[in-house]
Every structure is written in structure tokens, then in C-alpha cells.
Write a protein that binds this ligand. Structure first.
Ligand code: MF3
Ligand code: CO
Ligand code: CO
Length: 256
């Protein structure tokens, strides 16, 4: 495949899809508390997307994924499968990753939540992961290269002695969930694809408290965990490159 540049009419549709995905994260926050299952959180999101938004949850049946959202708790890096058996407890940290399809276009975004009082070391990991995302976004403009984005994320994460996950990356997005290019969260400045107006892609760094190495569940074929079972954190936005800068299509009210 190759990079599909979007017209302004297509970016307008992605703006709509992005806004809907962001709204799901805004909606679900009040439901995140000790005692609720990740399966229940998924069901609330699923219903909201289908019934309130008239949209489609992209993960459901994507390459056989069984639920509408990915919910990744503590040492789960990404692609956690929501389950009625996974009950949140005080001190947990979790990522909820929402992708919706509206009018043929995808919006993909994720955010970290705390359950009650998370320990300071967990909060620090979550904060630095978010800083990595926004440093990547700030570097995204025409003329910059993907290696610039990867490098700035890697440098900030590693300055805090966190492991930057390499097996999973950001991606072009549009009519397809995952398009070219791959957006690595590590790299060398001045290398890789040069950004130009009309590109739409995600940035979604995953930072591990310990080693960067991951393990893929052989049980379900989806759940990715840290090898050392220490915590992991991830944040994701979908962005569009414009003349002179970029636009975050999945920005939430709390971030404005
Ligand atoms: N939303 C994830 C991403 O950021 C992809 C999830 S694929 C699924 O790219 F099948 F697990 F849903
Ligand atoms: Co994504
Ligand atoms: Co996502």
C-alpha cells in the first residue's frame, strides 16, 4: 500500500469520526471505578457508539477481535480484551482504546485512567507517556520526517528510564483502520517519510516501567503484556497534517 493523502472533504469526515471517538472517552470516565468489570465498560462504550452516535466500533470482528474496545490494565501493554471476569480494583491503571467508523472514516484514540488512588510511580509513568504523545504531536508538520517524531518520543521516554515498546506503532488511518505509514515511537532525526499536508495518522506511544520487551498471549492471540509484568501506559491521538502544522482530530474537551 502507499500513503493516502486526504482531501479537505475527507479530513472533514475524519474530524467527525475523531470527535465521536473522543466523546466516548469523555463519556466513559465516570464509569471507571473499583468493582466494575472491563467487560461492562466495553458494553457501555459499545452501546454509546451504536445507539447514541450511529457509528461502528472498529475493533469488533477486526481480524477476529471479539469486543468493541481494547481495555488494557496494569501490565497489559495493548489489545486487552474486555472481560466480565476482569474487575477493576483500587490503584489499577488502565488504557481504554476507542476506534469508531463514521461515514466510512476511522477515528482512533486512547487515554489512561486511574482507579481510585494509584501509586506515585504509576502516575509518573502515565504522565511521561502523555508527554511523549504531545511531544510527537508538536513535531508533526509538513517537512518534518517520521524519524523526528519517533526520536523525540524515544528520547523523552528513555530520559526517564522507561522502556519504549517497539513491536507496536502508530499508523496511517482513514477509510482503513491501519494504513501506511507505520509511525514508530523510536527513530533517528531526519530519516523516514517526509510529512505533507493531507496525511492522517495516529501517534500512540507505549511506555513500560521496566524492560521494553513484550509478550503476546498464546491463549487468546491478542493480549500484549510486558515481559517483566511491570506497568505499561499508552496514549493515542489521530492527527491530520496541514500547511504549517497539524490538527488533533481526537482532542477531548479537557485537553482544549
Ligand atoms: N485501536 C488499536 C490501535 O490503536 C488497534 C486495535 S486492533 C484490535 O491501532 F483489533 F485489537 F481492536
Ligand atoms: Co491506533
Ligand atoms: Co487505538
Amino acid at each position: 500500500m502507499s500513503i493516502q493523502l486526504k482531501t479537505s472533504a475527507e479530513i472533514e469526515k475524519m474530524r467527525v469520526a475523531g470527535r465521536l471517538a473522543a466523546e466516548v472517552l469523555e463519556m466513559i470516565g465516570e464509569h471507571v471505578r473499583a468493582g466494575i468489570s472491563t467487560g461492562e465498560l466495553d458494553r457501555i462504550c459499545h452501546r454509546h457508539i451504536v445507539e447514541k452516535q450511529g457509528a461502528i466500533p472498529a475493533p469488533l470482528n477486526y481480524r477476529g477481535f471479539p469486543r468493541a474496545t481494547c481495555i488494557s490494565v496494569n501490565h497489559v501493554v495493548c489489545h486487552g480484551i474486555p472481560s466480565e471476569r476482569k474487575i477493576l480494583k483500587n490503584g489499577d491503571i488502565l488504557n481504554i482504546d476507542i476506534t469508531v467508523i463514521k461515514d466510512g472514516f476511522h477515528g482512533d484514540t486512547s487515554k489512561m485512567f486511574f482507579v481510585g488512588n494509584a501509586p506515585e510511580h504509576a502516575r509518573r509513568l502515565v504522565r511521561v507517556a502523555r508527554e511523549c504523545l504531545f511531544k510527537g504531536i508538536e513535531a508533526a508538520r509538513p517537512g518534518a520526517r517520521l524519524g523526528d517524531i519517533g526520536h523525540i518520543i524515544q528520547r523523552h521516554g528513555e530520559a526517564h528510564h522507561y522502556g519504549i515498546v517497539r513491536e507496536y506503532c502508530g499508523h496511517g488511518i482513514g477509510r482503513a483502520f491501519h494504513e501506511d505509514p507505520q509511525v514508530l515511537h523510536y527513530g533517528t532525526p531526519g530519516t523516514g517519510v517526509e510529512l505533507e499536508a493531507g496525511m492522517t495518522f495516529t501517534i500512540e506511544p507505549m511506555l513500560n516501567a521496566g524492560t521494553r520487551h513484550t509478550r503476546l498471549s498464546t491463549q487468546d492471540g491478542w493480549t500484549v503484556t510486558t515481559r517483566d509484568r511491570r506497568l505499561s501506559a499508552q496514549w493515542e491521538h489521530t492527527i491530520a497534517i496541514h500547511e504549517g502544522g497539524c490538527e488533533v482530530l481526537t482532542l477531548r474537551e479537557e485537553e482544549r
